[in-house]
Write a protein that binds this ligand. Structure first.
Ligand code: ATP
Length: 609
């Protein structure tokens, strides 16, 4: 075609066409002819929609391949079919290595490869236009293209690529000019990206831009969340685009997420699809919520993770006659289902706690580092309120564990419907809970009972949670109210997981076992019902006052190397835990001091309590 200078009319027409194809006019454009421009426009569109066009690209490649094979290597079909089988098998088996994490995606890749490879083989042997091969290719392409076009993760990936490409314009339009996308990731619920903010922009600016961003990115209202980044850098923000509500349906438990208590357990998903991870090492946890809110479900998920840890021993108290926790029996070292058993179990846990504390002092260490040889001891108490009403003495031990159990890694996981003072027995247990999961509660004020005074006012509204398994979590790393939903681990899942994890359970460590043995050998102090009342029942009685006075007097009389815990127990007629608690209280009040391991005396300024 001979070149000629474009007329004014042609230039205007070309400019109109260019606009239709979304091409920006550039300097000197008048000198270009329309044909190359149209080709450039089509190429640009083809590139932009390359993901959607991928099935057609594959068909064209297979067709071209079959023509080439038929022409040059018509006898090559056995090699083709062998390669097809190997490729399809490899994708089905090891597809996760090429970013196909879900079985359904691996299955799709394998079926598509098998179809294309088989068609190529037949076309090489018989010729691509031999009937019925063209029809088979056409029908197969449509059937395999539909899932491709519908696939959510593919669409999200394309969306991310387009967002990345168009970000400078989007940023300008939403008032975040100068910001850059630093990294992006597609997941099951949508995609997220990290935004490097422009000079002088703040995370609050990004949060205020959310409605404009939702419009610019074409999401639903409420489909975008902006959060500060974990490293607290002021010029970064994490943007989450939610395409599928993770909370719309129950979320099946994906299997254990940890192998050691030193790793954070994964309990469910936040509304934005981010996992709820919470470290439990040397922490006590409370699961609270009204009946049917999903506490036991939450505890099951936690047990699914904890039973996968070889550095955790689990004990359990379930006064609902073991209804909730017995399915885990094969993974639980000891389980108490009556008030009496609960009392003994918790008393033994205190003995272990003391034994470990002594061992740490001996070793000059501050905390118990869990390992399969020295596992953490975690005591799960379902329906803590029942314990308070049926085994009040057990509450004293639980109280002691709550206060002193962190360093020696003896911890409590308590579940209760309403952690009022009455239901929780002594308030120390409630106040000592480091991690609190609040499922739905009946009234707003119950939210304060579970999460702490003033939390409802601060925006924590567990009474508004609208489905079982939804919860708010408060812990050192989760200090803003974000709705989460726990995974669902059904009865069959519990049974299968318990069977699978039973083989990994560690034995009780030597230090703890010896502490229990020593305690069993200790001569029982003769029963003195009036002198050894349950501290709970007779806290204000004259008996306890007498015991407290005796304790203080004995400590005052103590020689310079102090008196032993055994002496104090004998003198006061009270239990080890009571004596320990009083000593802790007096020590905090700077009235007594520990002279050496297990020996105490009064400080000079001591006065009667
Ligand atoms: N994460 C979840 N996702 C979906 N459904 C759930 C979830 N957790 C619990 N459920 C549903 O809610 C029902 C009640 O849950 P669960 O027994 O855990 O409640 P609860 O708070 O322990 O009640 P209760 O105090 O009466 O024992 C379950 O049978 C289950 O069907």
């Amino acid at each position: 075609m001979s070149r000629h200078r474009a007329s004014r009319h042609e230039i205007r027409r070309n400019a109109r066409r260019m606009r239709r194809y979304g091409i920006q006019p550039v300097a000197g454009i008048e000198d270009l002819e329309f044909a190359p421009l149209a080709i450039a426009g089509i190429a640009r569109l083809a590139w932009r929609y390359r993901s959607e066009l991928a099935p057609l690209t594959v068909v064209a490649s297979v067709l071209a391949g079959s023509l080439a094979m038929r022409h040059w290597f018509p006898e090559g079909w056995p090699t083709l079919i062998i390669a097809t089988v190997i490729a399809a098998g490899a994708l089905a088996t090891w597809g996760r290595w090429v970013n196909l994490p879900r079985p359904i995606e691996r299955g799709y890749a394998a079926v598509t490869t098998a179809f294309a490879g088989t068609w190529l083989t037949l076309a090489t042997h018989f010729g691509p236009f031999t009937n019925p091969l063209p029809a088979v290719l056409g029908i197969g392409t449509i059937m395999l293209a539909v899932p491709w076009w519908a696939h959510r993760r593919r669409r999200a990936r394309v969306q991310v690529e387009r967002t990345l490409a168009a970000w400078p314009d989007i940023a300008q339009a939403v008032g975040l000019a100068g910001s850059r996308i630093q990294s992006a990731m597609v997941d099951l619920w949508g995609y997220r990206f990290r935004l490097g903010l422009g000079v002088g922009q703040t995370v609050e600016d990004a949060i205020n831009a959310v409605p404009r961003l939702e419009s610019a990115l074409g999401t639903t209202r409420g489909g975008i969340r902006v959060q500060p980044v974990a490293s607290k850098k002021a010029n970064r923000a994490d943007v989450r685009v939610i395409e599928t509500d993770p909370h719309a349906n129950a979320i099946t438990w994906p299997g254990p997420s940890i192998t050691s208590i030193t790793q954070p357990a994964k309990l469910g998903l936040f509304e934005d699809g981010a996992p709820v991870r919470v470290p439990l090492l040397r922490r006590h946890a409370l699961f609270a919520g009204m009946s049917g809110a999903g506490k036991s479900g939450g505890v099951n998920v936690l047990l699914g993770d904890l039973t996968a840890c070889q550095d955790v021993i689990l004990w359990a108290v379930d006064l609902k006659r073991g209804m909730e926790l017995l399915p885990w029996a094969s993974c639980i070292g000891r389980i108490a289902t009556t008030p009496q058993e609960a009392e003994t179990l918790l008393a033994d846990a205190v003995v272990i706690l003391d034994g470990r504390a002594d061992d740490l002092t001996k070793r000059g260490e501050r905390v118990w580092e869990p390992s399969p040889d020295r596992p953490a001891l975690i005591i799960v108490i379902d329906e803590y309120a029942e314990l308070a009403s049926e085994a009040p003495r057990a509450i004293d031990y639980a109280d002691s564990i709550a206060r002193r159990g962190r360093a020696p890694a003896v911890n409590l996981i308590a579940a209760t419907q309403r952690p009022s003072k009455d239901a929780m027995g002594k308030s120390a247990v409630r106040s000592q809970m480091d991690v609190r999961l609040c499922f739905r509660v009946r009234e707003a004020r119950d939210g304060d009972l579970v999460l702490g005074q003033g939390m409802v006012k601060a925006g924590w509204h567990p009474h508004k949670l609208d489905a079982p398994g939804k919860f708010l979590i408060s812990s050192p790393e989760h200090d803003i109210p974000r709705r989460a939903r726990s995974y669902l681990l059904d009865d069959e899942g519990v049974q299968a997981t318990a069977e699978q994890h039973a083989q990994y359970r560690p034995p009780l460590d030597e230090v703890s076992a010896q502490a229990l043995e020593r305690a069993a050998e200790m001569p029982a102090i003769p029963a003195q019902p009036t002198a050894r009342p349950s501290p709970r029942h007779a806290r204000d009685s004259s008996t306890v006052r007498t015991a407290e006075e005796t304790l203080t007097a004995t400590l005052k009389r103590a020689p310079s190397d102090g008196v032993s815990i055994g002496d104090l127990m004998r003198e006061t007629g009270m239990r080890r835990t009571w004596v320990y608690q009083r000593l802790q209280d007096l020590s905090r009040a700077r009235q007594v001091e520990q002279v050496s391991r297990g020996r105490w005396r009064a400080l000079p300024e001591v006065h009667d309590p």
